[in-house]
Design a protein around this ligand. Structure first.
Ligand code: GAP
Length: 500
């Protein structure tokens, strides 16, 4: 089966209860989306698998911290002064644009992928030179554009009545984890290394939201902050030494050098060990996280040749980072970052110590220290959207699309359909649904529409198995189970499904 086009994905998302543009009744505002019942069912599965992999599977901890914080938190974290993107304004109609993206799009349209890639990491001055040289104008009125200036992406709010305290919606979930780290560590009597994670909303006043869930203004992150002692070389996770043979795993790498030389290769293959020895990866814990991220993606069903790790250039490193890898996946012709791995050192804890006056050091193995941090930060919505893009196929024969999700990602274990509008069939199907639900399965029940239409719905929404209850079921207790991957059907006894 061929991959479906991006327009098919967008169309399906709106038709099948996957996504709804937020506040549609009042006109849309770019960068905000609601999830419909199918969308949230799939997203919940991604979140559950992240939790299983990065929290429970590694003996890590989870917290839930506030979305709003007062200004001094972001003074300490550096976001107030550093969390900016380059913006240009139209001198005529005052429309605003993210200037690096204007240059990137200009070269993308020309088919010059090398320059488009370069534009993603250009300093302000070069961006402005490109805008001038290529006569890039306002997309709305054709007016001349101003020079790039930094625009802070944080969304401001006031806390309390009559002006109150200046606050901001968090631009990353991480800061709450840093502020609570010491208390969580001390209260639990834990040992380093220990990861503390959180799933939650983050907000960025993006200048140009784009590609639906790829760049939003309100989105969800799944972040893990791994606290460790940089003075300890050996790596123990969950009380066990890590088997270093995992570092022989090959990854697809887009190195800084390749980007700087404008290489036309999408990536080269190298082992994690080579990345360590060449200094691309700063330490063993970072290497371990890269290995886990890759395997997490494989389990979700992403193919290896569509995943690459991009070494983030020194010039574009976030203010807190001493080394970043972006994990990117191919999404309709370009690579999009779905997670960032960052060596945040002790930057955040030390800054909170400095600004709050609170000693952030802990005692670990009789040593007093402020731990260092490796962060793995996934964008949940991007992960969701790129997975949908990777798994949606065209089926000319069926006449509709098929979303091939796997056991980790499918929204429901089964769809249950009574064949026709007949009370006896409906009652039998409801009894089956109730039994399966009582066994902890997730069931999608639908009784209206022709059976063909209901199969189409299951196929397009990633529900792999559809059970049809028909007249034979009433006689011999068997049902038809249809597999959406290839539309094949099997006759199975009801008991064998309930026992699964
Ligand atoms: N705490 C580190 C951090 O926030 P980031 O690279 O800015 O790092 C992490 O964001 C992840 O969050 C990205 O890899 C991406 O998947 C997601 N993300 C960032 N900005 C986003 C946006 N505007 N819309 C959707 N997802 C976004």
């Amino acid at each position: 089966m061929e991959k479906a086009a991006m327009a098919d994905l967008e169309n399906l998302a709106y038709r099948r209860g996957v996504l709804i543009p937020a506040f549609k009744l009042y006109g849309e505002l770019a960068g905000f989306y609601d999830y419909g019942p199918i969308g949230i069912a799939i997203r919940n599965r991604l979140e559950a698998h992240w939790r299983r992999t990065f929290i429970e599977g590694l003996g890590n901890l989870e917290v839930s911290t506030t979305i709003i914080a007062p200004e001094n938190v972001f003074e300490a974290s550096g976001h107030l002064s550093n969390f900016t993107d380059p913006v240009v304004n139209c001198k005529k109609c005052h429309a605003s644009y993210r200037s690096d993206k204007l240059v990137e799009e200009f070269y993308e349209k020309k088919g010059d992928e090398k320059m488009a890639e370069a534009a993603r990491h250009m300093p302000f001055k070069e961006i402005d030179e490109e805008i001038k040289k290529n006569k890039i104008k306002c997309q709305k009125c054709g007016g001349e554009l101003s020079e790039s200036e930094p625009f802070n992406l944080m969304m401001a709010t006031k806390i309390g009545p009559y002006g109150g305290v200046q606050g901001y919606l968090r631009p990353e979930t991480a800061q709450g984890i840093f502020m609570d780290f010491k208390q969580v560590f001390r209260d639990g009597g834990y040992k380093l290394p220990i990861g503390i994670g959180q799933v939650g909303k983050a907000f960025r006043n993006e200048i140009s939201p784009r590609r639906m869930l790829i760049r939003m203004r309100e989105f969800s992150q799944m972040e893990l902050e791994y606290f460790f002692d940089p003075g300890v070389e050996s790596l123990e996770i969950n009380g066990e030494a890590v088997d270093e043979s995992i570092f022989s795993e090959k990854i697809n790498m887009l190195t800084a050098e390749m980007q700087e030389n404008g290489s036309s290769e999408k990536y080269v293959q190298m082992t994690i060990k080579e990345c360590l020895s060449k200094g691309f990866i700063p330490n063993n814990l970072f290497a371990f996280c890269v290995y886990k991220e890759l395997n997490f993606m494989r389990e979700l069903g992403f193919e290896d040749d569509r995943i690459r790790f991009r070494q983030v250039l020194k010039s574009e490193l976030p203010h807190y980072s001493k080394g970043n890898f972006d994990m990117e996946v191919e999404f309709y012709g370009s690579f999009e970052e779905v997670s960032g791995t960052a060596y945040r050192t002790d930057f955040d804890l030390m800054n909170h110590q400095k600004h709050s006056g609170e000693d952030m050091s802990i005692i670990n193995a009789d040593k007093k220290l402020v731990p260092h941090v490796v962060e793995v930060s996934f964008g949940l919505d991007r992960l969701f959207w790129t997975l949908m893009g990777a798994k949606l196929f065209k089926d000319e024969k069926r006449g509709w699309d098929v979303l091939k999700l796997n056991d980790y990602t499918m929204p429901y274990d089964y769809a249950v359909f009574p064949l026709q509008k007949d009370e006896k069939l409906r009652d039998k199907a409801i009894a089956l649904r109730n039994e399966l639900v009582s066994k902890g399965m997730r069931i999608f029940f639908m009784q209206s529409g022709s059976i063909g239409k209901r199969y189409a719905k299951a196929d397009e929404t990633g529900i792999r198995y559809a059970i049809t209850v028909d007249y034979q079921t009433l006689e011999d207790g068997t049902v038809t189970v249809r597999d959406s991957y290839d539309a094949s059907q099997k006759r199975l006894p009801l008991g064998s499904i309930a026992e699964k």
